[in-house]
Design a protein around this ligand. Structure first.
Ligand SMILES: C[S@@+](CC[C@H](N)C(=O)[O-])C[C@H]1O[C@@H](n2cnc3c(N)ncnc32)[C@H](O)[C@@H]1O
Length: 239
């Protein structure tokens, strides 16, 4: 299997947009929830782990005043998303930076991306950090948001029991079966990843633990606007 960074999922970046929709239930619906949770006047947004730029593109389409600084540690993901954003004509409102968000959590000043973000968003990326780093990241996000700022994360969470794990797996399998794809072919496109920077293969934490982390980090309102078995969109507002 070709070696990839944790979170890249597919050996070829070009397979990501189709493949992720085939193997993960309700991908577009999940991202749509993040978009709906953003304040209408959102201007400065930080995106963590932008991948192929799907969430960025949806936000830029919906919010004409939005400007995004998007981090991803994978050079090929940054190149891919840059090309997609440029093709859509949004290059003046999007800055892609090749960087590890764990590094940013520990040394924010090094990256020089400033503070005062109206919102921070992420999808399918933060679950690659250890729990210790997840908390640090949530704290850093809180420290870099405006007082009215919000944070929304769409991510798989750790099932609270073996039964719930099994139920989650069945729901995913049913989704894949409905796609009418040859799952063996799709699975063959998935790459093999090892530790890269602060990320490793899935390091899931339960939803409750992450909501507690957000409270500890300083979010006064924490919420779960969407959940589908083990997948959740969660986050909140500083005040
Ligand atoms: C599964 S993809 C999701 C991409 C996109 N957010 C989406 O929902 O389609 C996860 C992305 O997070 C990036 N990633 C994982 N760990 C990271 C880290 N520590 N720093 C920066 N990017 C990271 C990977 O390179 C990958 O592009």
């Amino acid at each position: 299997m070709p070696q990839i960074f944790p979170g890249e999922v597919f050996a070829n970046t070009t397979d990501f947009d189709t493949g992720i929709r085939q193997i993960l239930p309700r991908y577009d619906e999940m991202l749509e929830v993040i978009i709906r949770c953003l304040p209408k006047k959102t201007h400065r947004i930080l995106e963590l782990g932008c991948g192929t730029g799907e969430l960025s593109l949806k936000i830029l389409n919906r919010y004409p005043n939005a400007e995004i600084i998007a981090l991803d540690y994978s050079p090929r993901m940054i190149q891919f998303s840059q090309a997609k954003i440029t093709t859509a004509g949004y290059e003046k409102r999007w800055t892609g930076i090749e960087a590890d968000f764990g590094e940013w959590a520990n040394y924010p000043e090094k990256l020089g991306i400033g503070t005062d973000f109206d919102a921070c968003v992420s999808s399918l990326a933060i679950h690659h950090l250890t729990d210790e780093m997840k908390l640090k990241l949530y704290q850093q996000i809180a420290a870099n948001l405006n007082p009215d700022g919000c944070f929304w994360n769409a991510d798989p969470t750790l099932p609270e029991s073996p039964i719930l794990k099994e139920i989650d797996e069945i729901a995913r399998e049913e989704w894949r079966n409905k796609q009418g794809i040859n799952i063996t072919e799709t699975r063959a496109k998935v790459g093999q990843s090892e530790t890269q920077g602060y990320s490793n293969q899935d390091q899931l934490a339960t939803l409750n633990i992450q909501l507690e982390m957000l409270t500890t980090a300083g979010f006064s309102t924490v919420a779960v606007p969407w959940k589908y078995y083990g997948l959740a969109v969660f986050g909140g507002w500083l005040r």
